[in-house]
Design a protein around this ligand. Sequence first.
Ligand SMILES: Cc1ncc(COP(=O)(O)O)c(C=O)c1O
Length: 385
Amino acid sequence: MKLDFKLLCSRCDETVDPSGTPGVCGKCGSPLLASYPLNEIAPRFKLETLQRRAWNMWRYREVMPLAEGEHPLTLGEGGTPLLSLEALASKADVGELLVKEEGLNPTASFKARGMSAAVTRAAAGGAPGFVAPSAGNAGAALSAYGARAGLPVRVYVPKDTPPAIVAECRALGAVVVLINGVITDCGVEARNWSEKTGYFDVSTLREPYRIEGKKTMGYELFEQLDSSLPDAIIYPTGGGTGLIGMWKACEEMETLGWMERGRRPRMYVVQAAGCAPIVRAWQAGAEVATRWDKPETSAGGLRVPSALGDFLILRAVNESGGAAVAVSDSELLRGAKELQHHGIGACPEGGATLAALYRLRTDGHIGRKDRVVCFNTGALLKYLS
Ligand SMILES: Cc1ncc(COP(=O)(O)O)c(C=O)c1O
């Protein structure tokens, strides 16, 4: 099956063939990013092309890692609603507040998008099984897509991962190993298992395609906002795949001629005060982040002490004119409660985006006329325990 795109190293000048099961750049160990022949694609891939297609993330197949005529491993991911919250917009004193409700994806989080793309390619490339470290949601998504591919899955999660998520992974057929540590400790175990067995390691940015799935959030926003993007996007950032992906989507949409240059949103990172390596780096004006010692937060998805794509996150924030803020656990849980009281089944990480909005508005980063999109990245139901 011929793949009509290349993989480029995000840091050095290496180009990698996308066939098989590529991981990171062999020369410098940085993430690989898919690069499509956009100028060739542009004449046949227009916004009008999408009108006849199903409302899911594979409607953007020309800019997705698929061969001509290939069917992805899908469970109907993407196509999530963008909901306007008028009362909270007034309270936050912004022009418009929209929530991208990612809890409505298969396995109830945005991780479905990335795993659909990653498992599609790795299964086609001959992976015998899949392994990943996870704060929970990525593991659940991997369990589902691995089952869809008919391949075994093993996930390593911190031992305080919500029981509903652990049970979900197991129900979907995965082996779940609970680790007395954080996600980076789980990552070490996952890499060991991968080396021992040949299982494909689907860790964040250690393979090139989760980001391709996540970037579709940017394409969807553009369609949902009548061919425009918001002034500000607030993203709960752990490994940062979604933020990097949406920034990549902006670049692609500009090259495709869908969007004028200079119309990109400002990208805002929110992290938990007990684990905020990207915020600390951004405040120091650094290009990379240093590892956060003793990460502590009840928002598991934000308990990521070091991210392989730190420099890509910081670059997107800086190029966009955005910012990075940390909120306390009580602020993010209050944010989630508030969203819940307006009917959104918010997870703690989703709550962090509302807490960040209040902060960013008070600090003047976000203006009173701004149209703001907050991401609710997962569903409340998994966190009730
Ligand atoms: C609900 C939720 N929100 C946000 C994140 C952070 O996502 P990312 O690693 O893409 O920054 C995670 C990651 O586990 C998550 O589960």
